[in-house]
Design a protein around this ligand. Structure first.
Ligand SMILES: *[C@@H]1O[C@H](CO)[C@@H](O)[C@H](O)[C@H]1NC(C)=O
Length: 198
């Protein structure tokens, strides 16, 4: 009986995880609209995230079409070459996060810090420990960072606006706390009815 109950609970958990919407959020490290949206993410969103969606952040964004040349994904970013480096810091930092909650906290922290050259503030304040800080720097200054940036470039569709959110592949502009957007989906009403958006 206990075994059957456990199997039932396990299956229920698995099917819930599979039913959650697949969410991708497209961001750019030096984008004012991305920063505003990320700074506006409430703790309520972070606290209810695992019930709402499977979220992934994709730092890459738009190419700077004025300077477009083939294979320039390392330098060709909408808000300057430095933005590409910041996207690498984000991608490298995200690699180290253990789940979507810590990923969201990391990205929110990144955009809360004032921009400094080399993104040193973000590395210092948004990563957990010395080892992580060293790993992110090494990643962003080496081939791994370039590989991650390239992979993100390939996964980024043509964007009309940054930040954008894709919910089960449906793209839309993202101008507010994405938890609120997810709570506007009809399937989320039961989960969202008690959330206080402070
Ligand atoms: C949100 O949580 C952080 C800690 O993760 C805390 O420092 C901050 O004060 C909280 N914000 C609000 C509005 O409760």
């Amino acid at each position: 009986m206990i075994n059957i109950t456990l199997i039932f609970i396990t299956l229920t958990l698995i099917s819930n995880a599979q039913d959650l919407p697949d969410v991708k959020i497209y961001i750019e490290s030096r984008c004012p609209d991305t920063a505003a949206m990320m700074r506006g993410i409430s703790n309520a969103t972070i606290d209810s995230l695992d019930q709402l969606a499977n979220v992934e952040f994709i730092p890459s964004g738009k190419l700077n079409s004025n300077s477009y040349e083939a294979n320039t994904y390392i330098t060709n970013c909408q808000h300057s070459e430095e933005e590409c480096y910041g996207n690498m810091i984000l991608a490298c930092g995200l690699q180290l996060q253990k789940d979507q909650v810590s990923s969201t906290k990391f990205v929110r922290c990144f955009f809360k810090e004032a921009y400094k050259q080399n993104f040193q503030e973000q590395i210092d304040k948004c990563l957990e420990n010395t080892q992580q800080k060293l790993l992110v720097k090494a990643c962003a200054n080496g081939p791994q960072g370039i590989e991650l940036l390239y992979a993100n470039r390939l996964r980024t569709p043509n964007l009309g606006y940054v930040p954008s959110i894709a919910i089960n592949g449906q793209m839309q502009k993202l101008k507010e706390d994405f938890g609120k957007v997810l709570c506007s989906l009809s399937d989320a009403q039961a989960i969202c009815k008690d959330i206080k958006w402070v």
